[in-house]
Design a protein around this ligand. Sequence first.
Ligand code: AMP
Length: 465
Amino acid sequence: MREAHDFCGLFGIVGDPDAVIKTYHGLYSLQHRGQESAGIVASDGTSFNVHKGMGLVADVFSRATLERLKAPMAIGHVRYSTTGSSTPQNAQPLVAEGAIGPIAVAHNGNLVNSGRLHAELEAHGSIFQTTVDSEIILHLIAHPDNQGRPDAIARALRRISGAFSLLFLTRDGVVAARDPNGFRPLCLGRVGAAWVVASETCAFDLIKAEYVRDVEPGEIVHITRAGLRSERFVPAAETRPSMCVFEHVYFARPDSRVFGDTVHLVRMRLGAQLAVEHPVDADLVMAVPDSGNSAAMGFAARSGIPYEQGFIRNHYVGRTFIQPTQGARDSEVEIKLNIVRDVVKGKRVVVVDDSIVRGTTARSRVKALRGCGVREVHLRVSCPPLRHPCFYGIDFPDPRQLIANGRSVAEIRDFLGLDSLGYLSIDGMLTAARAAPPEHFCTACYSGKYPVKVEDGTRKEIFER
Ligand code: AMP
């Protein structure tokens, strides 16, 4: 069965003697985009060397491994997926022998026509090694029809649909591509004479690279030692940007620039807009750290209510959602977020969070706040209610587990035990992400409007069955 690619981070570099160590550092900065596996493929233009494994970047690579991989060009990948088949074999980048020689691929996003393509390729004799849908792209490139064709990658990309930010490594260099909707971010930078490409600019900062521009939706960028060459696999006039607004809300790192905007500043504006839409009389504003920090600052600044640290986060606990059972999740929230009693006792508090998924965090922490003698708890959420599944690469649980699915805001408020609850409106959210016009964002998880048709067999529940 095919598998979704949720939560991935990409990094690539060409023309640097320390390409591999820079890739390692780049992946380190992108660790928030995936904690399940990490991998690097490096090349000197003749042979390919790969190392990948399960776990965090720091656990997968040793100094000796990085030395062994040493080469002037490389691509790397960090991955998190919930679909059960978390095996080393599914770790990326994937390497294969293609029509144009050895080729490696790293993918962020999720294809929505993989079922059909997989069946078609298998019927024509393709043998699949993994259960990840990115392997389809390699098979499409290697297809006999593409033998000897310089545009093999472009031809393959025109056949896939859905969300894909991709990096390929070939003997000539790195090829970067972004789907015509630009769902996931992908940006280009320079360090010395080398070109780099990464999911987010925070990966550039650590290696002292300078951001140049984003890879455009529908664009293929060929990076070789000779420099950069741009090509389009879909004409600009036919692309319809629908960038994932959830990258700004939650997923990307606040110090990154994605989709032309600095994430922290977008989140500040989300919080400010939230204060306008859902004002409240209170003594202090506090964030659910770390993801709610920027929005809470924006809320406090706009409302004039003092910002306080009522929660302290323990950073040595994995993200709550990794836990398999509901019971484990509850206790993990307790370990992760502790309350500073003397700050909140007797106060009317506004708690700002970036999003509510299952409601586990909110319910548990509201109860704990009451236990600390808080007078009133007002929850403000810096995005609209999450009601619909994402088919383009963000991992949400089964829609039945989304607390906002089939519940009104008043029902959610009562379920969470709140004095008041306010979600940001879709329009308000899109005004805050103002570097691009509102219609250039995908809001499917809030609105149920899917910009790219989701074909057969791509639903997560179907993968798992
Ligand atoms: P929950 O306890 O399930 O309501 O999760 C809420 C928290 O999980 C939010 O405060 C977010 O910071 C974080 N979050 C947002 N989106 C996701 C996601 N797709 N998977 C896991 N956690 C998420």
